[in-house]
Ligand binder design. Structure first.
Ligand SMILES: Nc1ncnc2[nH]cnc12
Ligand SMILES: [Zn+2]
Length: 339
């Protein structure tokens, strides 16, 4: 990698648009919280935890991910988790994050919705004060659970509209198509929550079409399998629907055989508004800049394409036009400084 490419990746202002806060739980904090909250885990050491992170598919990961988050109990736990992520990525040039959380995975264990939201938002507010990092919080419905439970989560979210910006859809994709959540997404949109959804991570291209046509999403999370449908790719390009791709995640979950098979370059070439993100960085072993580096190295991206990805991260965000322009101007200023 050239020095300039390295410096661009390290120092360009960037937004992260596909990040599950529960997926940032590092093994050290997991074990500390297990002790603090007297939760028993099948791991004694950090090494045991890391050794468990071998996945053959999305479900293998999800089983371990839900087990790991069982240590999160109190407002302070959610604060500490979120703060640890923000402290880490501010060093990577991150200036804006649109963060997912999975409340049903906590309320099902008896943790109050309010506890989760209070802990996450206090850390987000601290990051705004101390680092100038802006953020939006997106509540995901767990697609393996029934529709009525998604409606219960939406009811809770309606009491926290000051903190929750959008709704998303995550967890086990195949067998749980967008159509299952048509009514709850319609209700969420009528309450002014901005809709996004995971689609085409493992599910076929019909899941991406369903997310667009049935859930009426404004952004597609992953979207890899859209490439099986050339007409759909043309539509995504024409509409400039943002895609939040996660190269290291795709590789670790065996959605792609190696990083060279990441669709990020194909998406750039097709004129899509593609962005690069980390998904669940603790579980997949790579934060935001590691993902930029992975696509740069394995797809032979140019320095110009790295800049495009950083620009797309703001263009594809839910910031206002004026806020986006501030960030794009900062990118231009940083490029001037480096060249
Ligand atoms: N990559 C992913 N896909 C679906 N659900 C998730 N929850 C956390 N990470 C996820
Ligand atoms: Zn995800």
């Amino acid at each position: 990698m050239t020095d300039l490419a390295n410096a661009l990746i390290d120092t360009l202002p960037k937004a992260e648009l596909h990040l599950h806060i529960e997926g940032t739980l590092e093994p050290e904090l997991m074990l500390e919280l297990a002790k603090r909250n007297k939760v028993s885990l099948p791991y004694d050491t950090v090494e045991d935890v890391r050794n468990a992170y071998q996945f053959d598919c999305l479900q293998d990961f999800l089983d371990i991910y839900y087990l790991g988050m069982s240590v999160l109990k109190t407002e302070r736990d959610f604060h500490d988790l979120t703060w640890a992520y923000l402290e880490r990525v501010q060093q990577d040039g991150l200036t804006h994050v649109e963060m997912f959380f999975d409340p049903q995975a906590h309320t099902d264990r008896g943790v109050a919705f309010e506890t989760v939201v209070a802990g996450i938002t206090s850390a987000l507010e601290q990051a705004k004060r101390e680092y100038g990092i802006t953020s939006k919080l997106i509540m995901c419905f767990l697609r393996h659970l029934p529709e009525d439970q998604a409606f219960e989560a939406l009811d809770c979210a309606c009491k926290h509209k000051d903190h929750i910006f959008g709704v998303g859809l995550d967890s086990s994709e195949r067998g749980h198509p967008p159509e299952k959540f048509e009514r709850v997404f319609a209700a969420a949109r009528s309450e002014d929550f901005v809709p996004v959804a995971h689609a085409g991570e493992e599910g076929d291209s019909s899941y991406v079409r369903g997310a667009l046509d049935v859930l009426k999403v404004e952004r597609v999370d992953h979207g890899n399998r859209a490439f099986d449908d050339p007409a759909l790719i043309r539509r995504l390009a024409e509409q400039q629907t943002p895609l939040t791709m996660c190269p290291i995640s795709n590789w670790r979950l065996k959605g792609i055989p190696d990083l060279a098979a990441s669709p990020v370059k194909k998406a750039l070439d097709a004129g899509l508004l593609v962005t690069v993100n980390s998904d669940d960085p603790s579980y997949f072993g790579g934060y935001l800049n590691d993902n930029y580096r992975a696509v740069h190295d394995n797809l032979s991206l140019t320095e110009g394409e790295i800049v495009t990805l950083a620009r797309n991260s703001f263009a594809g965000s839910f910031l206002t036009g004026a806020e986006k322009q501030v960030q794009l101007d900062k990118i231009d200023a940083q490029i001037d400084r480096l060249s």
